[in-house]
Design a protein around this ligand. Structure first.
Ligand SMILES: [Mg+2]
Length: 251
């Protein structure tokens, strides 16, 4: 059996947990993006309609993402909303609108107990560490990882938004393994969603650790969008339990 050299973490409900009110978080983010776009493009609709329309498009693209296993982004949602109004925005303006939209969500994600300590300890044990997140915006995930103090411990932060395919598609896992320079059997995936984190990682030949969680995901995202059976190599109830697994005693 190949010794483990890398630990790859899911982010949402694995290292951080969403503590906000989903509808309120969307409303506040929409308001910030609307303010910018209204100033720059003279939007021909009010805030309420903008907020509702953005929610519908985000929800539609989220479901399409998992139907097609192709990651549609938050930028795609903003471009679609504007195109429906006959408007075109520069990439820089869309990027800034997306950044403002995610500000309240960034605040609403809190670290799970022990997250930083676990990363620090695994780093000291000599493992290469990465975050691999299914997300509609790469920069949001980088900002979130930095804001919660995880950045110094990580060799890599990768997202479905950057790769173009969401977990459980093999591509995002393969992208991380290649960037870390490790074989699939030398890496373990730690995550809370069986259908995405566990089934996907197993299919490319990685080991898996499952942390079951019951928390809500931010609106409009359904946690049960994909169903799959998979048997993880280990199941743990808290992140600290990871440090006690014989699998991860020393790199
Ligand atoms: Mg998760």
């Amino acid at each position: 059996m190949a010794p483990l050299r890398a630990v790859i973490f899911d982010l949402g409900e694995t290292l951080v947990t969403f503590q906000g009110d989903p509808a309120e978080t969307h409303r506040r983010g929409s308001e910030r993006a609307y303010g910018l776009l209204w100033q720059r493009l003279a939007l021909p609709l009010g805030l309420e309609e903008f907020t509702q329309r953005l929610l519908e498009i985000r929800r539609e693209l989220f479901e399409k993402t998992f139907r097609e296993l192709h990651q549609y982004t938050a930028a795609d949602a903003f471009r679609r909303l504007l195109a429906d109004l006959g408007l075109v925005a520069s990439d820089a303006l869309v990027r800034e609108a997306v950044r403002r939209y995610f500000e309240p969500e960034l605040e609403a994600y809190r670290p799970l107990p022990g997250a930083r300590e676990v990363l620090e300890t695994l780093r000291q044990r000599g493992y290469r560490l990465a975050v691999l997140s299914n997300a509609s915006d790469h920069e949001f995930i980088v900002d979130l990882v930095k804001a919660r103090g995880f950045w110094p411990y990580l060799d890599l932060v990768e997202t479905s938004a950057r790769v173009g395919k969401p977990k459980p598609h093999p591509l995002p896992f393969q992208a991380v393994l290649e960037a870390l320079g490790v074989a699939p059997a030398e890496a373990v995936m730690v995550g809370d969603t069986v259908a995405m984190d566990i089934a996907g990682a197993q299919r490319v030949g990685m080991k898996t650790v499952w942390i079951p969680r019951n928390e809500r995901a931010p609106f409009p995202f359904r946690r049960d969008i994909l169903q799959a059976e998979a048997r993880p190599d280990a199941t743990i109830q808290s992140l600290q339990d990871l440090l006690k697994l014989p699998l991860l005693e020393k790199a």
